[in-house]
Each structure stands twice: as structure tokens, then as C-alpha cells.
Design a protein around this ligand. Structure first.
Ligand code: ADP
Length: 533
């Protein structure tokens, strides 16, 4: 080993002239400087490129190049200093680092080759940028169409509200005058004709209501009420409404809530009644012998959430399997021929399905030709603790047993712009024993209220000069001299749209009635505010 140190290094060899020495020293020095600076660049890149898979390669390369740089420095030193062992060790280190780099790098080559080159990356980048632009454009156009759709929905809602108003107002006139006509003394033939007109008018109104209902559901305008709901009452109503039809066909009609616990649910009784009237009406229509039975049971209850199942079963003509799947679509009937046995628009089951689904339920049809039909539907309802108020009881009794004439005392101000409606409402009030005065608009109403005393105001909504909402607000404000600001004001409006009741109550009205005027509902409301005879 000592011998090695005693070797004469090349620098002292006379055969190595200064030019050769300088060539070795300068080139080794430049290589070393370059090798020392490259790792700085590599580490710099590694720190900023966090792709985990390539990180070890960066550092191995940096170490490998650094080691190479050291071997070149050793090359210069050993020209004059015989550090051959140290030089050997630096070569071993370089060898180890380079072998490790090669071992690590070779299996990774496939992955590295799969990495996109700069050109490709630029291409991908510009494609991405383009996609971002086109996405932004389609987002903007989507937003625009969403706005347009919302606008269209609003227009449709306004159209529906107007249709509802425009249709109900004349229908109020037709049905009301027919009612009045039927109450007068008529020859048998006249009675028959008037009764036939009333039936046609009523079925026209129900068809219009069906069309309005379907449009309301489709435009998202159908909102459900959330009121206490007595299932047995609804079933009794349905039975009462359709028992005449069943009797005249000699069919047994049975509506029973026997299997239900005595619970009050929260829900929309009007819509439940509508569903049942449709289904039971159909069942009677398509049954010639036997029975129509309606039953109801609670199938589950989790906390306050109950699921109720209603079954409408008949022994009628039944429906062949091929006709069953389309029946819940609008305007679909089994028999479309002009000679078909029963009338109808084909909207009933479509409305039933929409309403049931709105109430969180499902409809199922089980039927076979000539073996009857069973329609089962479920509803999700909230359970309420039973309520029983005296006022509620009294009202229910009144509506059922009260005689139609001479029942109340008092003076009513009828605020209404349509002459036909003025006549109908005043006649109905007269039959109930009430005196009435007419105001053609809100302003006239305020003038009359300031001059005379009244017990109640029946207020239309839409009117020229001053509408009913404005007039009510003025009454309630107490700012009109001579006007009793606490007088009961009941809306009588043709706007049967959801939200209309709230609008009336917000304006300060006490109650809300819709046209065509339903006498029993009018009696119910009047009973709340007027003394009875
Ligand atoms: P429509 O107003 O015509 O009765 P629906 O949508 O209520 O419209 O019913 C569509 C069709 O389904 C009816 O025309 C009838 O052919 C059939 N249908 C409905 N209920 C029954 C039933 N209980 N028994 C036999 N057929 C029925």
C-alpha cells in the first residue's frame, strides 16, 4: 500500500509536457464544474415537479452526476498528489450510484416513454383549453335556456290563472242561474231540460277542471295542502256523492275505513277526495252487476310518517292485460270507438297517478277481462294527534243538517263587477235570509261601507278601478273614515290557483271561497261570522 503512495504522479513525469497537463486539468475542471452545476438544476426541477414516480430518478441522477464530477476533480488532484485510494473510493461510489440509477431507471422506461412529449402536451393543453371554452359556452346557453324555461313556466302559470278565472266566472253564472231556475216552479218538461243543462254544465266544468289540473301538475303549479284529514269523512263524502249513481245501476257501493286506527292525518283532503271520486266513479261506470268496495288500511308507520293503502275493487268488465299499461297516460281509454259504452275524457287515471305520486305514493292496477278491477294506491301522510274542537263539530253539523233557506240574519255587501255573478250571489244570499247590497268595485265598496252598516263583505279579487285586495287593505288600515275596519271580509274569487288563498288572507281577508259558488261552503263560512236565526 505504501508503494502506491510512492508512485510518481503523472504531473511530475517529464514525458507529460505542460500543454498535455493543461489539457487534462482544464477539461477535467470544466467537466467537474458542469457536473456540479447540473445536479443543482435537477434538484431545482425535482422540487417543482411533484410527479411522485419520477422523484427518485431525479435525485439518483443528481447524485450520479455529482459523483462523476468528484471523480474528475480527483483526476486533477492525482496529477500531482497520489490520492489513488481516495480516487478509487470516489469511483466505487460513482459506480454504485450509477448502477443504482440504472437498476431503478430500466423498469421505469416503459412508463417514462408513455409520458407525452412537449408537443403532445401542448396539443392536449390547447384541446383542454378549447373544451373549457366550449363548456363555458354551453353552460351559458344552458343558463339562458333555463331562464327561458322559467319565464315560460311563469307565463304558463299566469295563463292558467287567467284561464281558471275566465272559465270559472261564466260557469258560475251558468251553474248558479240553473240552480236558481231549478228552485222555481217549473213544468215537468222544463224541469227535465233545466236538469239536463245543469248536468252538462257540471260535466263541462269537471272536464275543464281536469284539464287545468293536468296543466297545473305539469307546470309544477300543483301544491298540496297540509291540513287535518279525517279519512273516514272523506270516504263518507265519496260514498254520499256517488251512491245515487251506484243505486241507479243496482250496484252495491261500500266505502269503509274500518281497518284504520282512529288517527287524524295531515294531508290534502280535497285531492284525496278527487282521487277517490275518479276511481270509484270509474268503478261504478264500468260495473253492471255486483259491487264496488273501497277500503283503507295503514301499512306502515315510522315516527310521524304513515303510509296508507287504499283499495278500490269492483266486479265490473275488467281490463285486458294489453290495455293496462297505457291507461295512466293522458287521453287514453280502452275503447276509443264512437260507440263506446261510457263517456269520459281519458284524463281521470292520469290525474290520479300524478296526484298520488305528488303525495309520495304509487298506483297499481290489477285487472282481468270480465273479472273486475282492483286499483290500489298508497299515500304518505303525517300523523297528527286527534283534534276535536267544538267549533269544527258545529260547522260540520251545520253543513249537513242546516236548511237551505232563511238560515241567517244580516246585511251583506257583495263586491263584484260581473252582473251575472251579482245576481246569482244576491239570490243565494236572499234564500239564506240575508239582505244584500252590490258594489261594482273596491272603491264603490269603500264608499258604501262608509255610509251604511254591514255584517260581512263578500269580496271579488279582480275588479276595475280598485281590486278586492286593495279595498280590503284600505278597510283594515282604518284610514277610511266611517268604515268598520274589523268587518269580516270573505274572498269570493274565480282564481282557484294555489297561493290565491294566501294572497287573500295576506290582504286582510278572513276567509276564502271560490267560484262557482258552492252553497254548502258558503253556509260553512257564513256560520262562522253571522248570527243564526
Ligand atoms: P275516463 O274519464 O275516460 O274514465 P280514465 O283515465 O279515468 O278516463 O280511465 C281511462 C279508461 O280506463 C277508461 O275509459 C276505461 O276504459 C278504463 N277503466 C278505468 N277504470 C276502470 C274500471 N274500474 N274498470 C274497467 N275499466 C276501467
Amino acid at each position: 500500500m505504501n508503494n502506491v503512495i510512492e508512485y510518481l504522479p503523472h504531473g511530475f513525469c517529464i514525458a507529460w509536457n505542460p500543454q498535455l497537463l493543461a489539457m487534462h486539468v482544464i477539461s477535467d475542471l470544466l467537466i467537474a464544474i458542469a457536473y456540479f452545476s447540473i445536479p443543482i438544476g435537477i434538484v431545482y426541477v425535482a422540487k417543482r415537479r411533484p410527479d411522485a414516480e419520477l422523484q427518485p430518478i431525479y435525485y439518483l441522477f443528481a447524485a450520479f452526476i455529482l459523483a462523476c464530477g468528484v471523480t474528475h476533480v480527483m483526476g486533477i488532484l492525482t496529477l500531482w498528489v497520489p490520492l489513488y485510494y481516495t480516487q478509487g473510493i470516489t469511483k466505487i461510489i460513482t459506480a454504485l450510484v450509477s448502477v443504482a440509477t440504472a437498476i431503478y431507471l430500466l423498469p421505469k422506461l416503459k412508463h417514462i416513454m408513455a409520458l407525452p412529449d412537449l408537443g403532445k402536451l401542448t396539443q392536449i393543453n390547447s384541446a383542454l383549453a378549447q373544451e373549457i371554452v366550449s363548456r363555458r359556452q354551453s353552460e351559458a346557453s344552458l343558463r339562458k335556456s333555463q331562464e327561458l324555461a322559467l319565464q315560460a313556466q311563469k307565463t304558463q302559470a299566469a295563463f292558467l290563472a287567467n284561464m281558471s278565472h275566465e272559465i270559472r266566472t261564466p260557469m258560475n253564472g251558468v251553474l248558479g242561474t240553473l240552480d236558481l231556475l231549478l228552485d222555481t216552479e217549473l213544468k215537468p218538461e222544463q224541469l227535465q231540460l233545466a236538469a239536463a243543462s245543469k248536468r252538462s254544465a257540471a260535466s263541462l266544468l269537471s272536464l275543464l277542471n281536469d284539464i287545468l289540473d293536468i296543466s297545473k301538475v305539469e307546470s309544477g303549479q300543483m301544491t298540496l295542502r297540509h291540513n287535518p284529514l279525517e279519512i273516514s269523512e272523506v270516504l263518507a263524502d265519496v260514498e254520499a256523492a256517488l251512491s245515487f249513481d251506484a243505486q241507479s245501476k243496482k250496484i252495491e257501493l261500500q266505502c269503509s275505513a274500518g281497518a284504520l286506527p282512529s288517527t287524524t292525518y295531515l294531508g290534502d283532503s280535497v285531492r284525496l277526495r278527487q282521487i277517490l271520486l275518479n276511481l270509484v266513479g270509474n268503478a261504478i261506470k264500468f260495473t253492471d252487476v255486483g259491487f264496488v268496495k273501497v277500503s283503507c288500511r295503514e301499512v306502515s308507520r315510522i315516527g310521524q310518517q304513515a303510509v296508507l293503502e287504499f283499495t278500490v275493487k269492483d266486479t265490473g268488465v275488467g281490463i285486458a292485460p294489453e290495455h293496462q299499461k297505457n291507461l295512466f297516460k293522458r287521453f287514453t281509454q280502452v275503447d276509443n270507438s264512437s260507440t263506446r259504452r261510457a263517456q269520459g275524457s281519458g284524463l281521470g287515471l292520469a290525474i290520479v297517478k300524478e296526484l298520488v305520486e305528488l303525495m309520495g305514493g304509487q298506483v297499481q292496477l290489477k285487472s282481468a277481462l270480465n273479472q273486475g278491477t282492483e286499483l290500489v294506491f298508497t299515500l304518505k301522510l303525517v300523523v297528527q294527534t286527534p283534534i276535536e274542537t267544538d267549533a269544527g263539530k258545529r260547522l260540520a253539523e251545520l253543513a249537513v243538517v242546516a236548511p237551505v233557506t232563511g238560515q241567517f240574519r244580516g246585511k251583506i255587501l257583495v263586491v263584484e263587477d260581473a252582473a251575472m255573478n251579482q245576481m246569482v250571489v244576491c239570490k243565494v244570499l236572499e234564500r239564506l235570509g240575508l239582505e244584500s247590497r252590490i258594489a261594482n268595485n273596491g272603491q264603490e265598496a269603500l264608499d258604501l261601507l262608509a255610509k251604511e252598516s254591514f255584517d260581512l263583505v263578500l269580496m271579488d279579487g279582480q275588479m276595475p278601478v280598485m281590486d278586492g285586495y286593495e279595498a280590503t287593505k284600505s278597510i283594515r288600515s282604518g284610514a277610511v273614515p266611517g268604515v268598520n275596519q274589523n268587518i269580516p271580509v270573505v274572498a269570493l274569487t274565480a282564481h282557484a290557483m294555489v297561493g290565491e288563498d294566501k294572497k287573500c288572507l295576506d290582504a286582510g281577508m278572513n276567509d276564502y271561497l271560490t267560484k262557482p259558488l258552492d252553497r254548502s261552503k258558503l253556509i260553512e263560512v257564513l256560520a262562522k261570522y253571522l248570527p243564526e236565526v
